[in-house]
Design a protein around this ligand. Structure first.
Ligand SMILES: [Zn+2]
Length: 411
């Protein structure tokens, strides 16, 4: 028989209630629901149930490079710090970096993430041992020769994509090979797009067009549509917004990374969504963001929209929460992001016995604008408790090994 969890007395959108999770699914939400025989009971008095986050752009093992080259411009940061350090990463480092990333994401309420990096078998082991879900993309450079040796086997909770780093690090031949590979193997593509003004200027000089016009010319948008996951998309013209929207692509806003690297902040969230794109939120890797906290990224995202539009009513807490949860899960093919019967049991229980939640008011508003991730008491992923009382199994071992492994890297 499937295992079950009984969450007692929790505050949900319908008021105080009980939630039954059977196997991986939220099977019942009702104030009069009784605990099934043998259920694990969570007393959630003074807690609220909210959907967990889907972090839609990260480079998980970069937790070990956190803070490296801090305060440098993007190209110097990549060329002089990050890429030399990455040469030194081996499987063991990638594994512990991924474990540290997963620990950090669980502690800040994410239960799925979309990543691009290398040494994917070591990453997959790290994800599997952490119990969360991931879409792992193989990073490609130049002519994408890495694809010759790419034949990953999807596992429970782990899917794979093709991840050309960007249009300025991958040749047009490489991009074409990548899109053919995606089509042949039914894989999504994950790429950095239109992140800086410099990238747009270089594209115009080299190819005589803007970044999205280039990948459109190469057939990427036509071939992939919603299966193209484009991170950043900061510097777009109106016609590029319409192009992205018409193909229903997923775009990932990474506000903290964009701000720290000085890449820009006028993300066209509403315009992209109105055009038909699916907007999601990501943290980016720890070397630029510098944490993997989706609550913090969501707060920055909503404040930026209000700020640059000079309109406090431009978007509300519910809107940004949907973007940070259900939109991301949807792109990942996971039916999560709602606390509702029949949905996958991915959720957080937030401790309301904290200053940020008094007076009680609108819980979602407090969660986004007032609270920090330390208010997250419990994290459930696919019907499995990954954190309770803010403790994750093995967290002491993960911290010790990640610390020890990180000491090896110097630039
Ligand atoms: Zn990135």
């Amino acid at each position: 028989m499937a295992s079950s969890i009984f969450i007692k007395g929790v505050l949900a959108s319908s008021g105080h209630t009980n939630i039954i999770i059977t196997g991986r699914t939220i099977s019942r939400i009702a104030p009069d629901a009784e605990p099934p025989a043998g259920a694990t009971v969570i007393d959630a008095t003074n807690m609220a149930a909210l959907p967990s986050f889907a972090n839609m752009h990260s480079h998980a093992p970069m937790t070990l490079l956190r803070g490296m080259g801090s305060d440098q411009p993007l190209q110097s940061w990549l060329n002089n710090y990050i890429w030399p350090a990455e040469q030194q990463l081996d499987d063991e480092a990638v594994y512990w970096g991924t474990r540290l990333a997963c620990l950090e994401m669980i502690k800040s309420g994410a239960t799925a993430f979309n990543d691009m990096y290398f040494r994917l078998p070591a990453m997959a082991q790290g994800v599997a041992d952490s119990g969360i879900q991931a879409l792992l993309g193989l990073n490609l450079f130049g002519d994408a020769d890495e694809l010759d040796r790419y034949s990953p086997t999807p596992a429970d909770g782990i899917a794979y994509s093709v991840a050309p780093h960007s249009i300025y690090t991958v040749s047009t031949t490489g991009l074409q090979r990548a899109v053919n590979f995606c089509q042949k193997h039914s894989m999504p593509m994950h790429i950095h797009m239109a992140e800086t003004i410099g990238e747009v200027d270089d594209c115009q000089r080299l190819h005589g067009c803007r970044p999205f016009e280039l990948i459109d010319r190469l057939g990427v948008l036509e071939a992939l549509g919603p299966h193209l996951i484009a991170a950043h998309c900061l510097h777009l013209t109106e016609s590029e917004i319409q192009l992205i929207g018409r193909h229903g692509c997923t775009v990932v806003h990474c506000p903290n990374s964009n701000l720290k690297l000085g890449s820009g902040y006028r993300f066209n969230m509403l315009e992209l969504e109105q055009a038909g794109a699916k907007v999601t939120i990501g943290t980016d890797g720890c070397a630029s963001s510098d944490n993997l906290c989706m609550l913090e990224a969501s707060k920055t995202a909503i404040l930026l929209q209000k700020g640059w539009r000079a309109d406090p009513a431009a978007i509300n807490a519910e809107y940004i929460m949907d973007i940070a949860t259900i939109n991301g899960f949807n792109t990942l093919g996971i039916k999560a992001g709602r606390i509702a019967e029949g949905w996958q049991a991915d959720m957080v229980l937030v401790d309301l016995n904290q200053a940020a939640f008094i007076p009680q008011g609108n819980i979602l508003s407090h969660y986004l604008y007032a609270a920090h991730s330390c208010s997250i008491d419990t994290v459930i992923c696919r019907g499995r408790i990954l954190m309770q009382n803010r403790h994750v199994d093995d967290e002491e071992t993960i911290l010790a090994n990640a610390r020890k492994t990180a000491q090896r890297f110097t630039v």
